[in-house]
Design a protein around this ligand. Structure first.
Ligand SMILES: Cc1ncc(COP(=O)(O)O)c(C=O)c1O
Length: 396
């Protein structure tokens, strides 16, 4: 039994979500419920594996350990029923950087990328920084507040705009926590295959499916999906080891692999540092699976507690129940505030740092993204601060 209620002081560790509060929010005294890492201790067996390597005093150039690729192959098979081969895997130094590298390797001048907002903002920012135009195929909001893909809209967009050559998929979806179903993914694959569009499937949140939902790797849904896709995954979110930067790409198609991996290899970008593979091997283990299960059930408890809190004490705010991961997409539209005033309410009145929904693109307005990957008492404290601010500023 792990104790996820334990509050861990991160001061003095240069934790991004604390250290950059001033830069991104103009104040450093906010409760940080934004950047997507957790306030839960990384597993003890990961710490032990890293300590063991530190006992040897030479940190020279190092090849990845023999167990590295097999541990990923086994994890994908055991966790997600996806059969992959060792040769399909390359280390990448983070998924956002992986997206940037794939764009550099695969997208020619004048070609475009399509994304499905509201979605993780680097999907827009990275292509734009590479001088690549980004088209939107926004998700559709259903009557119950859930979101679905506009597959007909995508088919139309791809048939009209032949410059679109790549789609970035968030599977599971950030910020709305959607676990995409097999049928949606299959249809998406056939639409993209027909249009000659490569799919990057960002599966960083895949090991935290909640409430009985099951993650489906995009590349596993059909032959077509396997032929056109690059999958990115990592232990970083699930095991709270993002600072160690151990991520990987999985590319089943030989030609696509040669283009992408060839480019990375020539720049030595797929050579891991000493600590990254050690971390992945430790996470993708039996102990890792036991820790993961307990952690996921703790997250479910947090989500249920947040839902109850909002239902009883903050009815103006509707949390969309995530099907995966530790981010809750809060629908704040009933407060009837402009986005500017909504952000001000969270920062200046409640003293909270959450991600502004508008940063996730069209469909994000009226929303905030709430990171509940923390001891439950901290999450409740944040909700109490919000309740107090709403009562003071928004209720008559
Ligand atoms: C969907 C998604 N992809 C990628 C990342 C960042 O991954 P990395 O730190 O490996 O670049 C995040 C972090 O929040 C994320 O939510």
């Amino acid at each position: 039994m792990y104790n996820f209620d334990k509050i861990v002081d991160r001061r003095g560790t240069n934790a991004f979500k604390y250290k950059r509060l001033d830069k991104f929010f103009g104040r450093s005294d906010l409760m940080p419920m934004w950047v997507a890492d957790m306030e839960l201790e990384s597993p003890d067996f990961v710490v032990e594996a890293l300590k063991k390597r530190l006992e040897h005093p030479i940190f020279g150039y190092t090849a990845d350990p023999d167990e590295y690729r097999p541990s990923i192959v086994k994890w994908e098979k055991d966790r997600h029923g996806w059969d992959i081969e060792e040769d399909w895997i390359a280390y990448i130094p983070g998924i956002v950087k992986g997206i940037g590298m794939a764009l550099r390797a695969l997208v020619k001048p004048g070609e475009k990328v399509v994304i499905q907002p509201p979605v993780y903002h680097p999907f827009r920012l990275v292509p734009q920084a590479c001088g690549i135009n980004v088209e939107y195929n926004p998700l559709i909001e259903c009557e119950d507040g859930s979101l679905k893909m506009d597959l007909e809209g995508l088919r139309k967009l791809l048939s009209q705009d032949k410059a679109i050559k790549l789609l970035i998929l968030c599977n599971p979806h950030n910020p709305a926590g959607i676990v995409w179903d097999a049928e949606t993914l299959k249809d998406l694959a056939s639409i993209c295959k027909e249009a000659g569009v490569t799919v990057i499937s960002d599966e960083i949140h895949c090991d935290m499916a909640l409430f009985g939902h099951k993650h489906i790797p995009f590349a596993s849904v059909s032959q077509e999906a396997a032929q056109i896709s690059i999958t990115f995954a990592a232990p970083s979110k699930t095991f709270n080891v993002a600072g160690i930067v151990s991520s990987h790409a999985i590319v089943p198609d030989k030609e696509l692999r040669e283009r992408f991996f060839g480019w990375m290899e020539s720049c030595e970008l797929s050579d891991p540092d000493i600590f990254a593979p050690i971390t992945t091997i430790a996470c993708f283990s039996e102990k890792g699976e036991a820790w993961r299960k307990e952690m996921v059930s703790y997250l479910e408890g947090n989500i249920l507690a947040a839902e109850e809190f909002c239902r009883e004490r903050l009815p103006e705010i509707k949390p969309l129940r995530p099907q995966a991961s530790f981010l809750i997409w809060l629908d704040c539209r009933a407060l009837e505030l402009s986005q500017k005033d909504l952000v001000k309410l969270f920062i200046d009145e409640a003293g909270l740092a959450l991600n502004n929904g508008e940063d996730f693109g069209p469909g994000g307005s009226g929303h905030m993204r709430f990171n509940i990957g923390c001891p439950r008492s901290l999450m409740i404290k944040a909700l109490e601060k919000l309740e107090e601010a709403v009562a003071r500023c928004c209720r008559r």
